[in-house]
Design a protein around this ligand. Structure first.
Ligand SMILES: Cc1ncc(COP(=O)(O)O)c(C=O)c1O
Length: 388
């Protein structure tokens, strides 16, 4: 059954001639960074998720940095967040000299447990940074209720959640409207859509939009696009310290083509996710992710919890030997040296267990059913061998 010549990729972006042509056209247009195509992408993305404003930046990490800065997070402040996430979530807080206060996640969804927020709030708390992990919407209704009681802004780390949907009250909406102050998305190749790299901030707050636009381009008082389009000479000023967090027009041109594929990509991913849930259901000891009634995920990463006591590295090697790429899904920031100094006020048993047992399986829109069957059969065989 296990043939070494077979290769199943963990993740593979769906890019075609449309994206290549769009990049080509942009190069030939002569305007290659933060120009008309970035502006076009911003309005199309805002429309796709239902936000009033949208700011394109270089990646999701810089998006988080700007959103937190706009929420007035600064040195010595605290931001309540989860440890069970990619390092960028906590890093963005540290860029501002603030501290992440890690709270535990819920079993099943592996997302922030709203019941734990209140106990983490102190006079130093400036914001809540929740994560829609692996594309699974977190319980925004529960999180917003606590945030509103305490007057705290919520930033949504939606790096993995382009195309994910959440039910608020009786109606469904895409992540990014946003429900908090801002949502931040990633266009890295492992995400649902990609432009190589890229990030997006969506917000309904005009002031956040203005600040993010200014900061992303060295805090210049007027954009290149506005300056170049004006018949009058404009003398720009720099009134504060900004950053170079620009998205290029080449990236935006690719991203616009990707956006046209969003519905198809999400449908394909959801169908594969449903199929995995069925195929994996009877493997002894394996625990599957839970999609709650208020969420429609994209399975940006499809992870399962391996049986307790199983050595994940051995399983990963077994899968690798069968020609199948697997990953650890994500990390626990507090277990990495980079965040060892963060004030660790709470035990995080669920995060640590989910981190230790989580195995990400291949899932991308080009994955065939035969590949998926092969992944499941191989996992079954590897686990059986492990138990023997
Ligand atoms: C939850 C989460 N937040 C933030 C990021 C950072 O995204 P980017 O690579 O676009 O900076 C990632 C990327 O993997 C992520 O998974």
């Amino acid at each position: 059954m296990m043939s070494k010549s077979r290769f199943v990729q963990f993740s593979k972006p769906l890019l075609g001639t449309e994206e290549a042509q769009a990049a080509y056209d942009t190069v030939m247009s002569g305007w290659v960074t933060q120009g008309p195509r970035v502006a076009g992408f911003e309005s199309e993305f805002a429309q796709a998720v239902g936000s009033t404003h949208c700011v394109a930046v270089s990646n999701c990490t810089t998006a988080l940095h700007l959103a937190l800065q706009a929420a007035d997070v600064g040195p010595g402040d605290e931001v309540v967040t989860v440890s069970y996430s990619f390092l960028a979530t906590a890093n963005a807080i540290r860029y501002l000299g603030a501290w992440p206060v890690f709270i535990d996640i819920e079993p099943g969804t592996w997302n922030m447990d709203p019941a734990r927020i209140e106990g983490a709030i102190t006079p130093k708390t400036k914001a809540i940074l929740c994560v829609h992990q692996f594309g699974m919407p977190c319980d925004l209704t529960g999180i917003m209720a606590v945030a509103d009681r305490h007057g705290l802004p919520v930033i949504e780390d939606a790096a993995c959640a382009i195309g994910s949907e959440i039910r608020i009250g009786e109606s469904w909406e895409r992540i990014g409207r946003p429900r908090g102050l801002a949502a931040c998305f990633s266009l890295h190749p492992r995400k649902v859509l990609t432009s190589g790299d890229g990030g997006v901030i969506t917000t309904n707050d005009a002031e956040l939009d203005r600040k993010a636009r200014m900061w992303r381009q060295h805090a210049m008082s007027v954009s290149d696009l506005a300056r170049s389009s004006s018949s009058q000479v404009i003398i720009e000023t720099f009134d504060e310290v900004g950053y170079n967090y620009r998205m290029t027009d080449i990236q935006a041109a690719v991203a616009r083509e990707q956006l046209k594929r969003l519905d198809d990509i999400v449908e394909a991913r959801r169908a594969l996710g449903r199929r995995y849930l069925e195929l994996l259901a009877d493997i002894p000891g394996v625990e599957l992710p839970v999609e709650p009634a208020y969420a429609r995920t994209t399975w940006q990463t499809f992870g399962v919890l391996l049986p307790k006591g199983v050595d994940r590295t051995v399983v990963m090697q077994g899968m690798q030997d069968a020609g199948i790429q697997t990953r650890r899904s994500t990390f626990c920031c507090h277990l990495e040296k980079a965040h060892a100094a963060s004030p660790s006020r709470f035990a995080l048993p669920v995060s640590e267990e989910v981190y230790a047992r989580n195995l990400g399986l291949p899932l991308h829109p080009q994955l065939g059913h035969d590949d998926q069957d092969y992944v499941v059969a191989s996992l079954r065989a590897v686990l059986k061998g492990h138990a023997a």
